[in-house]
Design a protein around this ligand. Structure first.
Ligand code: UT7
Length: 329
């Protein structure tokens, strides 16, 4: 019997309507469109507005679109994994809310928190359930409402992040298409450079933590930048090497969208042509766990069956990795 691989058989995304431009940010903090564009590549980002609306709102839209376009009955989904650092609530998991609202009543589900690498980790986890023959239909979601943890008085972070979400369907494949190889890494010694100081068990929410702004994203950008370039370039290069891929046979590189300078440095380190690198950071900013599926959604029509595609991400933790897949449709 031929080996079972986990193939992505559909992808869909959702970004909220409201567009926060660099021009508008100029009226909120001491910044300029020129600084943001030249230092990050970002022109605008989408923001989820509305009282009581959490990340699940975007996940629900992405999954509804995914199930519709793949003609999948929600009752056939067996597992839902949601990668996010901005769950609707600390518990229950947002995967459960999405499953309930979309009608995936036969699925069990849970969230994965690996910051910007969350989708990559979740994809591998979902794939293992398919490869083992345990399940036949798994939904993997990645997305964040970063605006819920951003301090719009802090110009070093508020210009970078946006809200958005994407989802893929994983199904078994016996034609050697789908996810072929993954490399994942984490290094907790990097945790001080990118984190949320309060709201967890070490420092629960209090009047003081709120007054200090400790529920917002804290980032020391330079060390994160450096580690992101080396981590992603190293991950991609190792996965390419052990799968016999070169810059001609790799059709697409899909990197996490944190900063255009990081993306260009990763491509430069690998000597990989930029025209085969997906870039949409100018439109969405950094949507954390949403960047990879949002790229796949946007480039879906340009991918061909059998294309060699490399996903790579780096984020808080530190967490990082690379996943090689063969596009299945
Ligand atoms: O996705 C998770 C992983 N995250 C990342 O990969 C992010 C990695 N880091 C970065 O992308 C970059 O470090 C940033 C975009 C966050 C910052 O860019 P930078 O080139 O490293 O700038 P910097 O922090 O060194 O700041 C340079 C100057 C500073 O002013 P002084 O001290 O030189 O006077 C900042 O205060 O730029 C200033 N600055 C700004 N100026 C205008 C910082 N943010 C802004 C801003 N507008 N928005």
């Amino acid at each position: 019997m031929s080996k079972i691989t986990a193939a992505i058989t559909g992808v869909h995304g959702y970004v909220p309507d409201y567009v926060l431009t660099n021009k508008e940010l100029e009226t909120i903090v001491d910044t300029t469109d020129e600084w943001i564009t030249s230092r990050t590549g970002i022109k605008e980002r989408h923001i989820l507005k509305g009282e009581g609306k959490g990340t699940s709102v975007m996940g629900i839209e992405a999954v509804r679109g995914l199930l519709k376009k793949t003609n999948t009955d929600p009752l056939d989904i067996e597992l839902v994994i949601f990668a996010t650092v901005t769950p609707d609530t600390v518990f229950p998991d947002t995967a459960n809310t999405v499953s309930d609202v979309v009608g995936m009543k036969n699925a069990f589900g849970y969230d994965i928190n690996a910051a910007c690498s969350g989708f990559l980790y979740a994809l591998t986890t979902g794939a293992k359930f398919i490869e083992s023959g345990t399940y036949k239909k798994v939904v993997v979601i990645g997305g964040d409402k970063m605006s819920s943890i951003i301090d719009y008085n802090d110009r070093t972070t508020c210009v970078i992040f946006g809200d958005g979400c994407g989802a893929v369907l994983l199904e078994p494949n016996t034609e050697e298409l789908g996810i072929i190889d993954s490399l994942h890494k984490s290094d907790g010694s990097g945790r001080m450079y990118l984190h949320q100081k309060a709201g967890g068990s070490a420092r629960p929410a209090s009047v003081e933590t709120v007054a200090n702004g400790e529920h917002f994203v804290y980032q020391n950008g330079k060390p994160v930048f450096k580690a992101a370039v080396s981590g992603m370039a190293d991950g991609v290069s190792k996965v390419m090497g052990r799968n016999g891929l070169n810059n001609e046979t790799l059709n697409w590189l899909i990197p996490h969208q944190a900063n255009i300078r990081i993306i260009e440095s990763v491509a430069g380190t690998l000597n990989f042509p930029l025209e085969k690198v997906t870039v949409n950071i100018h439109k969405y900013g950094n949507t954390t766990a949403g960047t990879l599926p949002l790229c796949m959604w946007e480039w879906e029509n340009q991918f061909n069956k059998g294309d060699n595609i490399m996903l790579t991400a780096f984020g808080g933790g530190f967490t990082w990795g690379a996943t090689y897949l063969k596009w299945a449709y």
